[in-house]
Design a protein around this ligand. Structure first.
Ligand SMILES: *Cc1c(COP(=O)(O)O)cnc(C)c1O
Ligand code: SF4
Length: 399
C-alpha cells in the first residue's frame, strides 16, 4: 500500500516536508491502529510502555510497515510488544555506564581521544531497541543551549579530543540554524580533527536531508554521517536519495546496524542490506550486539548469532560489505570487536610434527593454510625520529 492510500488527504508537499513529518508523528495506540492491525501483544505493549518510554513514528516510517504481519521488521523496531515490559535479569538503566563518564551533561568521555556529544533527547522515531532510552525516554529533560555551551567549553579545554561524535537522541531533529551553530563551534576548536554526526534521519525521515542541510554539513568538513539502517525494507528510493545527496555533497556516510533477534538476525538479510547500502556508497561500519538496555531483552541475540553472520560474509562477499561486530561492554568498558576464529590451535592432521613455527589458519571455506614466521622480528621504524622530529605528537593512550 502506498503512503497516499494510508494517509489520504496528505499533499505531496506536506509529505516531503520534514517538519510536517515530525508534527504528524504517530504517538498513540489509536493512531497506529489506523495504519496496522495491532496484535494483542502490541496492544499490551503500547498500553504498558506508555509510562516507561516514548512512542513516536513518522508517517513516512509507518508507511513502510506491513499492516498484517507482526514480524514486519519495521513494526518490530517501532511498535512495543508485551515483552518490552518484562525486564530481563541483568538489564540496566544505563547499560554502557555512560553517566559515570559524563564530565558535563552533554559529553560522554570514555576513550582517550574522542567524545560523544549529546545534543538532544528527542528523535523522529523512537526505536524500541534504543540503548539510550533513559535519555530518549525523557527522564533527564531536554538539552538546552547552556548544556551545549558547557559541552563545547569542555571540548575546547581538552586538547586530546580530536574526534567528536554528535549524537543524542537524533541531532537532525534540530533545525539547520541550531545544528549549524553547534557544528560550527566544534569545527572552530583547533584540535578537533573530525566530526561525526549520528542520525537515523535517512531511515526514519529521509526528507530531512535536503540540499541546504547537505551544504551545511559539507561546510564543516571533515564530517562523517553515521546512520542506522537495520533491514533492507528500509532501503527505499527516498532513503537512497537522502544518502546519495550527502555523498554527492562530499559527506561520507557510514552505517551502524543493531543486530535484532528475528528482525535482521540472519546472514542473508545483513548481506542484502550491506550490498544495497554499498550501491549507494554507504559503508557498513559496525554490526552492534544488543546492549543490556532495560526492555530490549527480547530483541537480543546470542553472541554466536553475530559471529555466524560474519562467518557467512567474510570471504564470500566484498570485504567492504563486512562490518565490525562490536560488543559495547556493559558498565562502560567500551567497544570490543569479535570475529570467527581463523587461527587453528594446532597444525592439521597430516602436517603435525612437520617442523615448527608459523601459524596455521583455516580460510573462509575451512581449508587449512600455513603462514611462516618472518626471518626478523624487530618492528621499530627508524625513520620515525626524522619524520616526527620537532613535530608535536598526539598524546598516546595512557600517556
Ligand atoms: C562508540 C563510542 C565512540 C566511538 O567509537 P569508535 O569505535 O571510534 O566508533 C566514542 N565514544 C563513546 C562513548 C562511544 O560509545
Ligand atoms: S534514533 Fe537513535 S537515539 Fe533515537 S530512539 Fe532510535 S536508537 Fe535511540
Amino acid at each position: 500500500m502506498s503512503w497516499r492510500e494510508r494517509f489520504p488527504g496528505v499533499s505531496e508537499a506536506e509529505w516531503r516536508d520534514w517538519r510536517w513529518q515530525h508534527r504528524h508523528a504517530l504517538r498513540t495506540p489509536q493512531a497506529l491502529a489506523r495504519v496496522v492491525d495491532l496484535t494483542p501483544s502490541e496492544e499490551r505493549g503500547l498500553a504498558q510502555t506508555a509510562a516507561t518510554f516514548r512512542l513516536g513514528v513518522t508517517p513516512y516510517y509507518a508507511s513502510l510497515m506491513d499492516a498484517r504481519h507482526p514480524f514486519c521488521p519495521v513494526r518490530m523496531q517501532a511498535i512495543p510488544v508485551a515483552d518490552e515490559v518484562s525486564c530481563c535479569e541483568g538489564d540496566l538503566r544505563d547499560p554502557l555506564g555512560e553517566d559515570g563518564q559524563r564530565p558535563v551533561r552533554a559529553v560522554v568521555h570514555r576513550y582517550p581521544d574522542r567524545v560523544l556529544f549529546l545534543v538532544t533527547d528527542t528523535c523522529s522515531v523512537y526505536c524500541r531497541h534504543c540503548t539510550r532510552r533513559r535519555i530518549t525516554g525523557g527522564e533527564e529533560g531536554p538539552f538546552d543551549r547552556a548544556a551545549a555551551e558547557e559541552g563545547i567549553a569542555y571540548v575546547r579545554a581538552r586538547r586530546e579530543v580530536r574526534d567528536v561524535l554528535v549524537s543524542g537522541g537524533d541531532p537532525l531533529v534540530l533545525g539547520d540554524d541550531r545544528l549549524g551553530w553547534l557544528l560550527g563551534e566544534l569545527r572552530a576548536v583547533p584540535h578537533v580533527q573530525i566530526l561525526r554526526l549520528a542520525t537515523r534521519a535517512p531511515v526514519t525521515c529521509p526528507m530531512r536531508i535536503d540540499d541546504a542541510l547537505a551544504r551545511r554539513l559539507r561546510s564543516v568538513k571533515p564530517l562523517f554521517v553515521v546512520t542506522h539502517f537495520n533491514h533492507p525494507k528500509e532501503c527505499t528510493p527516498e532513503a537512497q536519495e537522502a544518502c546519495e545527496r550527502l555523498v554527492d555533497h562530499g559527506v561520507p556516510v557510514e552505517n551502524q546496524t543493531v543486530l535484532l533477534r528475528r528482525v535482521n538476525s540472519a546472514a542473508r538479510i545483513i548481506a542484502d542490506l550491506n550490498h544495497r547500502l554499498l550501491s549507494w556508497r554507504v559503508r557498513p561500519y559496525y554490526l552492534h550486539q544488543g546492549d543490556l538496555a532495560a526492555g530490549t531483552g527480547h530483541l537480543r541475540t546470542p553472541l554466536a548469532c553475530g559471529i555466524d553472520i560474519l562467518e557467512a560474509l567474510r570471504g564470500h562477499t566484498s570485504g567492504l560489505a563486512v562490518p565490525h561486530l562490536a560488543v559495547d561492554l556493559p558498565g562502560g568498558g567500551g567497544k570490543v570487536t569479535i570475529q570467527p576464529e581463523y587461527v587453528l590451535p594446532e597444525a592439521p592432521g597430516s602436517h603435525r610434527g612437520a617442523g615448527s613455527g608459523g601459524t596455521w589458519f583455516r580460510n573462509y571455506v575451512g581449508k587449512p593454510y600455513h603462514y611462516p614466521d618472518p626471518p626478523e622480528t624487530d618492528c621499530s621504524c627508524p625513520y620515525d625520529e626524522i619524520f616526527y622530529a620537532g613535530k608535536e605528537g598526539r598524546p598516546q593512550p595512557g600517556a
